[in-house]
Design a protein around this ligand. Sequence first.
Ligand SMILES: Nc1ncnc2c1ncn2[C@@H]1O[C@H](COP(=O)(O)OP(=O)(O)OP(=O)(O)O)[C@@H](O)[C@H]1O
Ligand SMILES: [Mg+2]
Length: 464
Amino acid sequence: MKDVWILDRNAESAAELTEALPRLMYETSVWTDADRLIAALDEKRPDVVVIEHCLSEGGAVDTLRAVKEFDRRLPVVVVAATTSSQGAIESMREGAYDYLPRGTLPSGLEDAVRRALSPDGGMIRTIGSPGPGDVAELGAIVGRTPEMVEIHKLIGQTAATDAAVLIQGESGTGKELIARAIHYNSDRRNRPFVAVNCGAMHPEALDAELFGGRRPGSSEWEPGRFEQANEGTIFLDEVDTASLPVQGRILSVLENGQFERPGARTRVKVNVRVVAATGRSLVAQMKEGTFRVDLFYRLKVVSIFIPPLRDRRDDIPYLAEYFLERAKSKLQKDVDGISQQVFDLLADYPWPGNVRELERSILRAVALNRTGVLVPEDFEIFREGAESWPDAAELSPEGLESAVSRSFRRLADRDEDRIDDAIVSEVERVLAEEAMRHAGGNQVRAARLLGISRNTLRKRLREG
Ligand SMILES: Nc1ncnc2c1ncn2[C@@H]1O[C@H](COP(=O)(O)OP(=O)(O)OP(=O)(O)O)[C@@H](O)[C@H]1O
Ligand SMILES: [Mg+2]
């Protein structure tokens, strides 16, 4: 029989954990005191340790670390009453075998324990622990759907390694947020995090931006972003837009930790962790020959796919509450909450702009709100009638004219001073969002539909 030690201060909760494990297969002992459990490891080794996360602030992670000091190969499963991204990240970074939301009991725990005991189990997920240092303030990564919990765990697992990571997800799904979380949970956290949006630059400018170059008329070498990121992490957003020569240099950094300066023979050595992101399928681009297959495999040592918000709707209410708190403090405005009607509408909305669109909608709603509770009228995306912009389909010249006049009067009444900018960018934004909906969230198609570049489209989706 396999020995499972369960650490839990609360008897009732411990009983629940015990009952999740079939009696015929496991011998369970319950510990209520972390120090005693650690001391007992001197004499006896269980096969698995289960730690209830809610011991105290950080208590579970400390205990986990202490167990791992005794025996790195001893699998530890952390059970969390309330899951938090930071709890999942830290547990996995410190070498937990698994991190389970309490809601997945009983089968979740039995599964995890069984997997941990399989021949290659306990070791697989173990990763080195980081050195001391301050963990920088992180933007929380909100999400409780199984998909998001998996992502939190992956962040923790990869944070302690130097492996390249490829993050894939539609616009606004949180790719940069996750890249930052990887960096700030890694040993490189006190070194630079350098983010480069490859898509925002002309291909040749990107080469110099990343790898350095000479200013026109000057003979002095200006180091690029890779050199700036030395010992830290570089985040290559929209890596799919990089030209083939730039891809070649990125590959060389990944393979040998060095690159050749553009237009020169000198080689530059760098120690940089690469995290890349793309909103497009690289598979299609590899078929077209515009993305190097060898670079793809080098980048995706760890691959994180963030599902679009419409595919993890259970996260919407939590995100909405989180953004409400942020908006309140940002705008210094008191709002008590979100009405049920709004929650229902938020749950059904397609969110072509994903989490960013939700964040922006809540911020605007808080700004507009007068009643103390967010109501559908506070949301432009749900508003109909007088104040709203007509649907693109109804955008006859007269409809547009009256919408513009109405908005003009409204803004003029409020004494706004940048009316032209406000209305034009609003029209552009509506067009961009409408095109995104029409194109099923595909930016390339939406941009083509509007006859604008993808970068312009993204800029317009972001504005507001
Ligand atoms: N799970 C989440 N929890 C909290 N905030 C989130 C989450 N996901 C995204 N956000 C917020 O949404 C906004 C967009 O996220 P981010 O910039 O990381 O997206 P992105 O995938 O890089 O988008 P793009 O492809 O357009 O660059 C940010 O303000 C980010 O903080
Ligand atoms: Mg981004």
